[in-house]
Design a protein around this ligand. Structure first.
Ligand SMILES: O=C(O)c1cc(C(=O)O)c2c(n1)C(=O)C(=O)c1cc(C(=O)O)[nH]c1-2
Ligand SMILES: [Ca+2]
Length: 568
């Protein structure tokens, strides 16, 4: 079965992919170079697999490959085991969701996790399931949280030292973000760590420590329904033995309801640890450090985007993250301390920049107005803010190349009209207190894949795409960058120039995450195609731009024709 060593060395053991992120640092970089800039033009499909049924939407999964089997998750909480040589189905598991689930952003799932003889995945009714990886039989099935209160689950779980570590979704319903760790064998809860100040963590069934200080950065009881969903899951830096999880938007969106008034301390009213990254001790769930990207967040700039551990060109150990708020941050890996921040999208309106402590320099006029100041007390001043609430970058993962030292970031250039409204918390009901319409910032593109030098923030090249980019990115030692578009194209770029070297039309929009592995001396690439996710549901004027795209659910696997592979 899959061991901790397999997980630790996922990047260098190139005949399998056993973690989300192709390594728990989430670099999504493969040292394989069988496929390269010269021969990628010959890439052809080896097999394709349809997810079948009527449940064809939003396929965001990253496949896993182990012991001759490929595992993918599908929309509506399904999991498939497929023969990696032939593309034939071995078994499938359908979680059969109850009525009344409340996912904010489509019926998606981003992938599974492997450990021992089990495969693990989370379901939209906020459960975590362990299945036998050979048979698909249920080993255990545990509740993460109450779906009737708006909790759900969409991320790939993370395995560290025999613990299955999960986050939660539901920030648009006033839930409380949390990270949980379970024994992988039994499913028994080991620790919990709520990420909003004032809530108690647990360790082996006992209360452990409170998160932050009660009422230090939240007014009144607002912390009790403060959001901060940990909905994208986390990464793990083995060198500092640290889990890194992001916390989403504070709830409700209307930030005037979360203003703690005249600050008595520097951070009163910041609403910790919403819109933050947290370094967590995997042993007991204690918080080691935090870095808040957007204090008293008011534009839905969830702070969940993936934190990637890497080593920079001078040998410094760093983390990088491209936040929804439009800034690309570099942090110190030892303590999460701020190193630098640079804009990675063009028209950021809510902040002038980031100061030397990593705190935004707010443009206060660009905070959506307080409904209490409006004549009717109902609709606060409408402002145009950029990036839009779907972010300069959303969930779709960037990749780091050890070959070029650059990050490849799937970003979007868009803004929104946004306003605040009064709202009170009601269990299981949307808890926004805001209205919005998304708008493109440019006529000819929204999507923008950018090669970014993390040392300087310089954008080395950019690929513009009409529709918003919503799929993951992967880099290889062959000098290739792979990603897909909502228009259905799966594309290989030159990592140095951004030149398109190859593309393939997959038949539906790509919102999935590519992988690569080696089998019998050949290099394979897989990507799932199936349009969906948040854009068509929440996308305002942008949704109209993409409403011609067809749903789907097909997993594609590519390789070089055999004679060409050996001839090159
Ligand atoms: O606050 C939350 O709990 C939460 C959860 C999710 C999710 O679990 O997919 C998304 C968001 N927020 C969100 O703000 C968002 O833009 C988003 C996009 C997507 C997607 O998969 O396309 N999910 C989510
Ligand atoms: Ca959110």
């Amino acid at each position: 079965g899959v061991t901790e060593d397999d997980l630790k060395n996922d990047q260098t053991i190139t005949n399998q992919v056993v973690t989300n992120g192709m390594g728990r640092h989430l670099q999504r970089y493969s040292p394989l170079d069988i496929l390269n800039k010269d021969n990628v033009k010959n890439l052809v499909p080896a097999w394709a697999f349809s997810l079948g049924g009527e449940k064809q939407r939003g396929q965001e999964t990253q496949p896993l490959v182990y012991d001759g089997v490929m595992y993918i998750t599908g929309s509506y909480s399904r999991l498939y085991a497929i023969d990696v040589k032939t593309g034939e189905e071995l078994w499938q598991y359908d979680a059969r969701l109850p009525e009344g689930i409340l996912p904010c952003c489509d019926v998606i799932n981003r992938g599974a996790a492997l450990y021992g003889d089990n495969i693990y995945f989370g379901t939209l009714d906020a459960r975590i399931v362990a299945l036998n990886r050979k048979t698909g039989d249920v080993v255990w099935n545990k509740k993460i949280a109450d779906y009737k209160a708006g909790y759900s689950y969409t991320a790939a779980p993370l395995i560290v030292n025999g613990l299955v570590i999960t986050g939660n979704s539901g920030g648009e319903f006033g839930i409380v973000g949390e990270v949980q760790a379970r024994d992988a064998e039994t499913g028994e809860l080991v620790w919990t760590r709520p990420v909003i100040e004032g809530h108690m963590g647990t360790y082996k069934g006992e209360e452990s420590t409170m998160t932050g200080t009660l009422n230090a950065t939240w007014p009144g009881d607002m912390w009790k329904t403060g959001g901060g969903a940990t909905w994208l899951g986390g990464s793990y830096d083995v060198e500092t033995d640290t889990l890194v999880f992001g916390a989403g938007n504070p709830a409700p969106w209307n930030s005037h309801l979360r203003n703690a008034g005249t600050p008595t301390e520097g951070n009163a009213g910041d609403n910790l640890y919403a819109a933050s990254r947290l370094g967590i001790d995997p042993e007991n769930g204690e918080i080691k450090w935090h870095f808040q990207t957007t204090p008293r967040e008011g534009w839905d700039y969830d702070g969940v985007n993936e934190v990637v551990a890497y080593t920079d060109r001078e040998g410094n150990k760093r983390f990088a993250t491209a936040d929804r708020n439009g800034f690309f941050y570099v942090l110190n890996r030892e303590d999460g301390a701020f190193v630098s921040a640079t804009p990675f999208v063009k028209d950021i309106s809510w902040a002038e920049g980031i100061d030397e402590n990593g705190r935004p320099i707010f443009v206060e006029e660009n905070r959506p107005g307080n409904p209490a100041d409006a004549a009717d007390g109902k609709k606060g001043e409408v402002i145009f803010a950029s990036p839009s609430f779907l972010g300069g970058k959303n969930w779709m993962p960037m990749a780091f190349s050890q070959r070029t030292g650059n990050f490849y970031v799937p970003s979007n250039e868009w803004g929104m009209d946004i306003w605040n409204e009064p709202i009170t918390y009601k269990k299981g009901a949307a808890y926004l207190g805001a209205g919005f319409t998304i708008k493109p910032n440019y006529e000819d593109h929204i999507g923008s894949l950018k090669a970014i030098d993390p040392d300087t923030g310089e954008i080395k090249w950019e690929y513009k795409n009409d529709a918003p980019l919503w799929g993951g990115v992967m880099t290889t030692a062959g000098g290739l960058v792979f990603t897909g578009t909502p228009e259905g194209k799966f594309i290989a770029f030159d990592d140095e120039t951004g030149e398109v070297l190859w593309s393939f039309q997959t038949g539906s929009g790509i919102v999935g995450q590519p992988i690569t592995w080696e089998m019998d001396g050949e290099q394979y690439i897989s990507i799932i195609s199936g349009w969906g996710g948040a854009v068509p549901l929440w996308g305002g004027e942008v949704a109209k731009k993409v409403n011609y795209l067809n749903q789907g659910g097909t997993l594609w696997t590519f390789k070089l024709p055999k004679q060409l592979a050996s001839a090159d």
